[in-house]
Write a protein that binds this ligand. Structure first.
Ligand code: LAC
Length: 226
């Protein structure tokens, strides 16, 4: 049996997208959480709608436009925070269990990667800031093919890169729509349901639903003897 490759979504899965507002919550005021939610919602919406329209702008540009919209929607938040929020997004905090699980998977002999809508520059800045690079074999961005997940062409970047079959990939995402896309392509998948959201897409279900990344060790091979 081939040892599966573990491929991770970036934003929301390894990196906490709400950590940017977390660094500036006091300055942002009482609308901080709602601003952060709308920022994320619009960022994803722009990626999906442009892809449906056959257009492409990179994810950093869309992240900035989504923040412009959220700031306009919540005018009590000082617009002058935009550069600081964008810089915080560039170097987001990783979830506490991200480094540990990547290291555990590498130690067990699995290949590991990120597959993300993020642009190459923002992904390399986030990976470096969170010190995740040493346990990642690849950081794959949609940017070369100029379309966003959940297009099947994006998931194919993984099988092309590693030269493996879709069934030999365990895709890990906290975004249920991304798990749907991965399953539709033929990956195995684990859904990290940190927020305890109700399930969706019943025909394209994950193999495991976990509350954090640590539970992935149940899908990994045994720890090698020292
Ligand atoms: C990503 C976004 C969609 O990293 O979370 O691809």
């Amino acid at each position: 049996m081939t040892s599966p490759a573990f491929v991770f979504d970036a934003y929301g899965t390894l990196f906490d997208v709400h950590a940017a507002i977390g660094r500036h919550r006091a300055a942002a005021g009482p609308d901080a959480e709602r601003l952060s939610e709308l920022w994320r919602t619009k960022q994803l919406e722009y990626a999906w709608t442009l892809t449906l329209a056959g257009r492409y702008e990179d994810f950093w540009t869309l992240t900035g436009r989504a923040l412009d919209f959220a700031l306009a929607r919540f005018p009590a938040v000082d617009r002058a925070l935009k550069p600081a929020l964008m810089e915080a997004y560039r170097t987001l905090d990783a979830f506490a269990d991200a480094r540990t699980i990547l290291h555990a998977l590498k130690t067990r002999g699995h290949e590991t990667a990120i597959l993300s809508n993020g642009s190459p520059a923002m992904l390399s800045a986030a990976v470096a800031a969170a010190k995740l690079g040493q346990d990642l074999d690849a950081v794959l961005s949609v940017d070369p093919i100029r379309m966003y997940k959940p297009r099947p062409e994006v998931y194919r970047l993984v099988t092309d890169h590693f030269g493996i079959a879709a069934a030999d990939v365990i895709f890990v995402s906290s975004n249920r729509w991304d798990v749907m896309g991965a399953r539709a392509f033929g990956f195995r998948a684990a859904w990290i349901n940190r927020a305890k959201m109700p399930d969706e897409y019943p025909d394209l279900a994950p193999e495991r639903v976990l509350t954090d990344l640590g539970g992935l060790t149940a899908l990994a091979g045994p720890t090698p003897n020292p």
